[in-house]
Ligand binder design. Structure first.
Ligand SMILES: Nc1ncnc2c1ncn2[C@@H]1O[C@H](COP(=O)(O)OP(=O)(O)OP(=O)(O)O)[C@@H](O)[C@H]1O
Ligand SMILES: [Mg+2]
Length: 370
């Protein structure tokens, strides 16, 4: 049975249990520049034993650079990286361990499968590098292939694998040497939507059964929420916010995070502790905020929370309606002042004018200065 580092991190049913408080990866003040461009600006975070951390953010924000620094494929300029209590990089002490000495598995976006080899030879590479005996190597390759649903595929040529099968082979290769830390860099971005959803579920189950600590890089928040207990949102080389998936999704602390999750962001001024004026006559009730009247704010509103109202609420005009299957994507113009997007039940809205409300407790109010 697969047990990275023994029974640690697994409960008796084999399900993964994060061990809060026991740090497995520690990253401190990591900085990296390419010429005059600062790709990472003093990044710090830690990951507990058995925990999955997702690095989430738009293209170019530095996700892959962090992963490559942890893997030892990119030397940071400054900072400290510890894995399982061992310093693998420390700029002040001149420590920089080679990638193969860091005991981790990596799945890249490109999979990096060798087409001239068999499936078994591809998966067995990390064991070969570690000079594992042939008999044991075969058994462990089979065990890893079993875990990703490709039991019995060892002798097949890697030439004729589909994208999804290559992805599974890459996954088996990343865990075959029983690493306690597995790094994923957008491993599903080459798969079609249906396959991504299937793989997401399979990978989640694999994590639960095997119990490795993981860092999962993605710009897809659904994937991050499915595969990580904690999410770190990045913006231009800095950490914007860290938290549990539901925390960062429902309580974004900055307009950047809110925008990344598809919230509407509307500028306004506190009119009272529990109301914001978007414009003269356009007042929006919000939960009591503790902000003084007159404070400029951003109000973040989820598309799902914009409700059509029969009588009261903000006056709007329906600009566009797009059928999306589970909902209609609506573009509304509020009081001729700002636009709002909303998700409504699919049906034909015959009137052009309407009124909308948003539950006050669902309006996230962020001071404009933050
Ligand atoms: N070798 C390099 N030389 C110069 N600039 C680089 C190099 N590698 C990365 N960068 C720059 O550093 C920034 C961060 O790159 P990184 O690959 O970490 O982004 P990312 O968040 O993974 O983006 P994506 O989602 O597109 O993969 C980018 O602006 C990129 O252009
Ligand atoms: Mg990247």
């Amino acid at each position: 049975m697969y047990m990275p580092g023994g029974l640690e991190g697994l409960d008796r049913s084999g399900l993964r249990v994060a061990q809060p408080g026991r740090t497995f990866v520690r990253v401190e003040n990591l900085s990296k520049s390419y010429g005059s461009f600062q790709a990472l600006k003093s990044i710090s975070f830690s990951i507990d034993v058995g925990e999955g951390l997702a690095l989430l953010g738009p293209s170019g924000c530095g996700k892959t650079t962090i992963l490559r620094c942890i893997a030892g494929l990119e030397p940071p300029d400054t900072g400290l990286i510890e894995i399982d209590g061992r310093t693998v990089f420390d700029s002040t002490r001149g420590i920089d361990l080679a990638p193969e000495k860091r005991d981790l598995g990596i799945v890249f976006q490109s999979y990096a499968i060798w087409p001239h080899m068999t499936v078994g030879e591809n998966v067995g590479l990390p064991l070969k590098v570690r000079q594992v005996a042939k008999a044991e190597l075969g058994a462990r390759v089979e065990e890893a292939l079993d875990l990703v649903g490709l039991g019995g595929w060892q002798p097949r040529s890697a030439m004729a694998l589909s994208g999804g099968q290559q992805q599974r082979v890459a996954l088996a290769r990343a865990i075959v040497h029983h690493p306690r830390l597995v790094l994923f860099d957008e491993p599903m971005s080459n798969l079609d939507t249906q396959l991504r959803e299937d793989m997401r579920m399979d990978l989640r189950r694999l994590q639960e059964r095997v119990g490795f600590t993981s860092v999962y890089v993605t710009h897809d928040h659904g994937e991050a929420f499915a595969l990580a207990q904690r999410v770190l949102v990045m913006n231009r080389g800095s950490v914007e916010m860290t938290g549990a998936p539901d925390e960062i999704y429902f309580q974004p602390r900055t307009p950047f995070v809110a925008k990344f999750f598809g919230y509407n962001i509307v500028a306004g001024i506190m009119a009272a502790p529990d109301a914001v004026d978007f414009a003269p006559g356009l007042r929006c009730p919000v939960a009591r905020s503790g902000l003084a009247p007159g404070t400029p704010v951003h109000v973040c509103i989820r598309k799902e929370d914009v409700d059509l109202s029969e009588s009261d609420g903000l006056p709007c005009e329906i600009i566009t309606q797009i059928f999306q299957g589970s909902h209609d994507e609506m573009l509304l113009r509020c009081g001729d002042v700002f636009d709002l997007r909303a998700h409504w039940q699919p049906r034909r809205y015959t009137t052009k004018s309407c009124r909308i409300t948003v539950p006050p407790e669902r309006c996230i109010v962020i001071p404009a200065s933050s």
